[in-house]
Ligand binder design. Structure first.
Ligand code: UDP
Ligand code: MG
Length: 325
């Protein structure tokens, strides 16, 4: 039995096999070049695909440029955020919107994740990997500060949480449809995607690559944003800092007991002398410091509970260009 062709409706475009998602925050100078490199690469794949740009509240005209590109090519879709919600929110929107039946690939807008490497990722996917994580070996224009801070971040994160993130595992990866569905089903609002992707499991393959310098513009991760990002990563994947506080408390009590014994000994031996202002002040300051840090760490977790309990959406859309029917 054949199904009669619909008369009133235009034929539905086939679902894409691949979705490429690219977050952009003020990337005016990079967008066109990355899009044309991506189109050139994707044209060789021989499968239908879509490109989803997320304009994360850009103020430099990136949004308008993206709309012009979308008008020229119906496989380009653009999600416009109502303001800057951040890289993780943009990726979340991309994963939620991607319709790919095969795999979703996310990459940065600045050319540091070369689209030319995507066929190698797809190769790994075809041979059974459900997640292909690109791992940066070296970055051409990396400052010593960024290298050091990234090293500290990854070793701290891995030590404090049960995650095992290789250093340089940034947001350049391929996810099988099933993995994307799993990621989308995680309800949390604070979305540290690198950790979530590790957490969902599946067969993950690491693929090393050398990152070229940013094509144009400056990094959108200020030191402040990087610090927040690090806090996010650690506190959303580990409660070990809370346990450390407990051990710290036990250690302080133990030391105090030892000191009490010492003072008692002095009293008995008759060598007790009143002057002790310096040690007293030092002790008080030290203990106050420990208490404040403790309070800070506890508040960090409480803040996360507060954020989650508000149940606000991760992002707000202003409009969507070329939405699928
Ligand atoms: N980005 C974003 N929103 C932000 C910050 C960054 O969408 O608030 C995008 C940015 O446009 C780029 C990607 O996230 O496509 C990575 O940012 P960037 O290249 O500045 O980070 P770096 O490579 O320096 O770590
Ligand atoms: Mg970059």
């Amino acid at each position: 039995m054949s199904i009669p062709a619909g008369r009133d409706h235009p034929p539905l475009a086939p679902l894409p096999v691949f979705s490429f998602i690219l977050p952009a925050y003020n990337e005016l100078m990079n967008i066109e070049r990355v899009t044309s490199r991506l189109l050139a690469m994707a044209g060789q794949l021989g499968e239908p695909f879509e490109i989803i740009w997320i304009d994360d509240g850009s103020t430099d005209g990136s949004g308008e440029l993206l709309d012009r590109l979308a008008a020229q090519d119906s496989c380009i879709r653009v999600l416009h955020f109502s303001r800057n919600f951040g890289h993780m929110a943009a990726l979340t929107a991309g994963f939620e919107t991607a319709r790919a039946t095969g795999a979703v690939i996310c990459l940065d807008a600045d050319g540091q994740h070369p689209p030319e490497l995507i066929p190698a990722m797809i190769e790994q996917w075809k041979s059974g990997a459900e997640i292909v994580q690109m791992v940066r070996q070296k970055t051409a224009d990396e400052t010593p500060f960024k290298r050091l801070s990234s090293g500290i971040f990854y070793s701290l994160l891995n030590r404090l949480s049960d995650l095992d993130l290789p250093e340089g595992a940034a947001d350049f990866r391929l996810l099988d449809r099933q993995a994307v569905d799993a990621l989308n089903s995680l309800p949390e609002r604070d979305r540290f995607i690198r950790g979530l992707v590790r957490w969902i499991g599946f067969r993950q393959t690491l693929l090393p690559y050398d990152a070229p310098p940013r094509m144009a513009g400056a990094t959108k991760y200020s030191t402040r944003k990087m610090l927040l990002f690090a806090f996010d990563g650690i506190t959303s994947f580990s409660i070990r800092p809370l346990r450390i506080i407990f051990y710290l408390g036990v250690a302080v009590i133990f030391i105090t007991l030892l000191y009490a014994l010492y003072v008692l000994g002095l009293l008995i031996a008759g060598g007790f002398r009143v002057p002790g202002w310096t040690s007293l002040i030092l002790l008080i300051m030290m203990l106050n410091g420990i208490q404040l840090v403790t309070l800070g760490i506890v508040s960090e977790y409480m803040g996360r509970v507060f954020n989650e309990s508000k149940q606000r959406p991760v992002y707000v859309l202003r409009k969507c260009t070329n939405p699928h029917r």
